[in-house]
Design a protein around this ligand. Structure first.
Ligand SMILES: Cc1cc2nc3c(=O)[nH]c(=O)nc-3n(C[C@H](O)[C@H](O)[C@H](O)COP(=O)(O)OP(=O)(O)OC[C@H]3O[C@@H](n4cnc5c(N)ncnc54)[C@H](O)[C@@H]3O)c2cc1C
Length: 400
C-alpha cells in the first residue's frame, strides 16, 4: 500500500491549504453573521460563498472530486476532502465539491445521455445551479432501498412520478433546479431491478416542497426537505440509463462519495482537536492550565490516536477503490463509513467538553460540527447496515 500523494495532488494540497487560511477561515464569521441576520429559515447562499467560489476557481481548485477533470486518483482527492472538512459549510461548496452535487454529477457523468449532460451536468460543473438526490421516504425504512415505494410510471412519451420523500439535502436552496429521484418502474421485477432513477426539475408541476427539516435544530443553508410528488410528469428522456438500473447507479454513486464524507469527518475532527489544544493551553482552572491536567491530556491523546486510525483506514479504502474498484472494496468502504463519523463524534464531543459552556455555543464551530458528524452516522447508510456488510464478509468463509 502506498498512500503518498502524486505530485499534482501535492500542488493542489498546498494551494488548498493556503486558500483555507487566507480566504475560507476568515469568511466563516461573515457566512454565519449573514445567515443569523437573515434568519435560519432563509436558505439563500451567503454572497461570501460566491466570492470564495470565484477565488477557488481562479486557483484551479474546482471540481477536483471528478478524476476525469482533476486527473487525480480517489486516494489523492481524499486528502483534499479532509482539508475541506475543516470548514464543512464553506469549503466543499467553494470548490464545487459539495454533496449531493458531487454524487449527482458522477451519475450524470457515468450514466447520463448527451442531452442530459448538456442540460444538467454542464451547469452543475460550472457551479451555476445545485441539485438534490431523492431516495429516502418517511413511510418506509429507507435504509433498505428495496422498500422505496415512489412510483415512476411510463405514460406515452412521459413518466409520471408519485410519492413522498424527505431529508432531501439541497432542495431548500433557491439554486436547486434538478433532482435525481429514485422510484419503482416495475414492482413485479426481481427486487434489484424494480427501481429506476429519473431527472425531475424542481419546478415541475406536481412537485411540492412541503417543509425543511432541521438537524439537531440547525436549519442548514442547503436544507433537508420533505417533498411530495403528485402526478409529476417529465419527458421519458429524463430517465437515467435504463428502467431497472436504479440499484446499479446507486452502487456506482456511493463508493467514492463515502470516502469524501469520511475524509471530511477526519478534517472536522482535526479542527476540533486543534481547538481543544488551543483552549486547553490557555484556560486556567485550579491553578493549572487545562493542558497540564492529566485528564485533559488523555482526552487529547485519545483523540490523536483515533484520528490517525480512522484516516489510515479511510486512505486504505480509497487506495482499494483505485486498485481493485469500489465493488471489491465494499467491506472496507462500509468499515470506514462506521469508523470515521463515530470517531469524529467522539473527538468533537471531547473538544466541546474541554471548552466548557463555550463548546455548546455558536462562538466555536464545535456544536454545528457535532450535529453534522452525528447525522453522518445515519445518512448514506446507518452504522448498522454497514456493520452488517462487514460481518457478512467476515463470516463468508465459515458459512459457505
Ligand atoms: C442530515 C441528513 C441528510 C440526508 N440527506 C439525504 C438525501 O439527500 N437524500 C436522501 O434520499 N436521503 C437523505 N437522508 C436520509 C438518510 O439516507 C436515511 O435517513 C437513511 O438511509 C436511513 O433511512 P431511514 O431514516 O428510513 O431509517 P430506517 O431505515 O427506518 O432505519 C432506522 C434505524 O434502524 C436501524 N437499522 C436499519 N437497518 C438495520 C439492520 N439491517 N440491522 C440493524 N439495525 C438496522 C438503524 O439504526 C437505523 O438508523 C439524509 C438524512 C440525514 C439525517
Amino acid at each position: 500500500m502506498d498512500f503518498a500523494l502524486s505530485t499534482k495532488a501535492e500542488e493542489y494540497f498546498a494551494n488548498l491549504t493556503d486558500f483555507m487560511a487566507s480566504h475560507v477561515y476568515p469568511a466563516e464569521s461573515v457566512y454565519h453573521g449573514w445567515r443569523l441576520a437573515r434568519g435560519h429559515d432563509d436558505h439563500t447562499l451567503p454572497p461570501v460563498v460566491e466570492e470564495l467560489k470565484a477565488e477557488a476557481r481562479s486557483r484551479g481548485l474546482w471540481n477536483l472530486f471528478l478524476p476525469d477533470v482533476s486527473g487525480m486518483s480517489v486516494l489523492d482527492y481524499a486528502s483534499l476532502a479532509e482539508v475541506t472538512g475543516r470548514s464543512p459549510d464553506l469549503a466543499p461548496e467553494a470548490l464545487n465539491c459539495a454533496a449531493p452535487d458531487t454524487g449527482n454529477m458522477e451519475v450524470l457523468h457515468m450514466f447520463g445521455s448527451p442531452e442530459q449532460r448538456a442540460r444538467w451536468l454542464d451547469p452543475l460543473l460550472a457551479g451555476e445551479i445545485r441539485s438534490a438526490f431523492a431516495m429516502t421516504e418517511p413511510g418506509v425504512a429507507s435504509s433498505d432501498a428495496t422498500n422505496i415505494t415512489t412510483s415512476i410510471t411510463r405514460d406515452g412519451d412521459e413518466y409520471v412520478v408519485n410519492g413522498r420523500k424527505w431529508f432531501i439535502t439541497g432542495a431548500a436552496d433557491p439554486r436547486c433546479e434538478i433532482m435525481i429521484v429514485m422510484g419503482k418502474t416495475d414492482p413485479e421485477a426481481p427486487a434489484h431491478r424494480r427501481q429506476s432513477m429519473i431527472l425531475v426539475p424542481v419546478d415541475t408541476p406536481g412537485v411540492e416542497v412541503v417543509r425543511h427539516l432541521p438537524v439537531f435544530g440547525y436549519q442548514e443553508q442547503h436544507g433537508h426537505s420533505e417533498i411530495v410528488f403528485t402526478d409529476a410528469r417529465v419527458p421519458a428522456a429524463n430517465l437515467i440509463a435504463e428502467e431497472g438500473d436504479g440499484f446499479r447507479i446507486a452502487q456506482a454513486r456511493l463508493g467514492p462519495g463515502r470516502i469524501h464524507h469520511c475524509m471530511r469527518a477526519v478534517g472536522m475532527a482535526e479542527r476540533a482537536l486543534e481547538l481543544m489544544c488551543a483552549r486547553a493551553a490557555n484556560r486556567v482552572a485550579f491553578g493549572q492550565t487545562l493542558a497540564q491536567q492529566g485528564v485533559v491530556q488523555q482526552q487529547i491523546a485519545e483523540s490523536r490516536l483515533a484520528i490517525e486510525q480512522a484516516r489510515l483506514l479511510t486512505l486504505k479504502a480509497a487506495w482499494l477503490i483505485d486498485t481493485v474498484g469500489a465493488r471489491a472494496a465494499a467491506a472496507e468502504i462500509s468499515a470506514i463509513k462506521v469508523v470515521a463519523p463515530r470517531m469524529a463524534c467522539e473527538v468533537i464531543d471531547r473538544a466541546i467538553q474541554v471548552h466548557g459552556g463555550m463548546g455548546v455555543s455558536d462562538d466555536v464551530p464545535l456544536a454545528a460540527m457535532y450535529a453534522q458528524a452525528r447525522a453522518m452516522r445515519i445518512f448514506d447508510g446507518p452504522d448498522e447496515v454497514h456493520i452488517r456488510t462487514v460481518a457478512r464478509r467476515e463470516l463468508k468463509p465459515y458459512l459457505s
